[in-house]
Design a protein around this ligand. Sequence first.
Ligand code: BES
Ligand code: MN
Ligand code: ZN
Length: 505
Amino acid sequence: MSTSVGYQPPAVAVAGALPKRPVQSSVLIVPVVSGDDGNGATVVGNPYLDAEATGEIEVALRALGAKGGNEQLTRVVVPALPVSSVLAVGLGKSRDEWSAETIRRAAGAAARSLSGVENVFTTLSDLDLEAAIEGLLLGAYRFTEFRSAKTAPTDAGIRKVTALTPDTRSATKDAAARAEAIAVAVATARDFVNTPPSHLFPAEFAERAKTLGEQAGLEVKILDEKALARDGYGGIIGVGKGSSRPPRLVRLAHRGGGRKGKKVALVGKGITFDTGGISIKPAANMHHMTSDMGGAAAVIATVVLAARQKLPIDVVAYVPMAENMPSSTAQRPGDVLTQYGGITVEVLNTDAEGRLVLADAIVRACEDNPDYLIETSTLTGAQTVALGSRTPGVMGSDEFRDRVAEISQEVGENAWAMPLPEELKDDLKSTVADLANVSGSRFAGMLVAGTYLREFVADGVEWAHIDIAAPAYNSGGPWGYTPKGGTGVPTRTMFAVLEDIAANG
Ligand code: BES
Ligand code: MN
Ligand code: ZN
């Protein structure tokens, strides 16, 4: 099967001024604020526009009743400018209320609203260049691979983004390149999530990860079902055995640290489709389970990004991939399996499959003696009950968990620290095996899953588990720079944590 090209983000440039000559099919995105009375629609960050052009934009905005409220979009035509139109995007009242995330979301909302526009210029970059570019590229994302000519968009999408800035020197270019690299990685994760389970099954997913990894200079190894059975990966085999499409474990290694640098392990849940197995899920919304490899998608995108950005640390990713299906070869509720490393588990519910494949991968990852381990997974519906659709839950070693949560909030993915209360371990007692894979209680489902995983993390490894059950996949309407479908969360969190470890240990 062919390896798809996926989404191609727009090219990025920085410039000190708008072009002199008119540019075909173009838009200038300008930020506006509403001022203290909330009625302003005043253009900000505009050393590139003369007073006349600014005045024309503001007159037009007022005539249209634009208020500059957060992410409010207003399109106006300004004949004096070399662009086809101007798109004003609101940033709220005033500068005091902006964060990088405000700029990112405004840029994303603006980019999403554009169709039939090839060239985007923006002065949002005058406020925060990196956030503006990141938001534009994330918002410009589209997934069209499975559309025939009948419904495919008739335009090519945004082809080029030019960020206006008074400073076009190399530091600025580096910031632009970094934003672009991050947006490409997020798009990779989104593409994987959006690729339907008919086309993305374990063997195919593993091959795509390999192609991508090798192109980025990673060392890639795939264990197939025979190797997995031979080496004792009972969790991955148990979950995968109900499907005619056998499981895989992919290892992707970035060697950037030499002997002294820190070593980080990444683990991501790669269930290419989760029917629940014999403990089958209800039909309503079962199709959302196409996103059950969102953790794997983000982990692959992150390790590839680490290699492309040449991070001076070692990053080794382990990605277990399986399809959870009911069949006569599927595991049964009540079966006992042996996780990699020897812990036995009574599988009381075959729908709690994520922790089974992850436990194997975590034990294997710890054999490499990492300093840190970040694992992420669409693990529990309970994440959504506790934190809603946009807030990942992060559990693990207290200090590292808090560091991951804090960094996640800085990048706008907003993971929130959650505890792993000691007493929950009792809920995972089994009458026949070392552990049961589910608790008998309805309470704290997200934390129980984290408690299960904790049993498999080697002593001395600082670890964090990020539950992205809902945040990986937007089943509601698009917002900010987040489209419907795959979101790419938590790629930006994990990459920022890797950068932080590379800088501070
Ligand atoms: N993949 C699901 C979790 C999930 C639910 C992700 C909703 C995204 C949206 C996971 O494998 C699962 O089925 N978890 C069970 C665990 C339960 C059986 C203890 C759940 O949350 O219901
Ligand atoms: Mn499940
Ligand atoms: Zn699942």
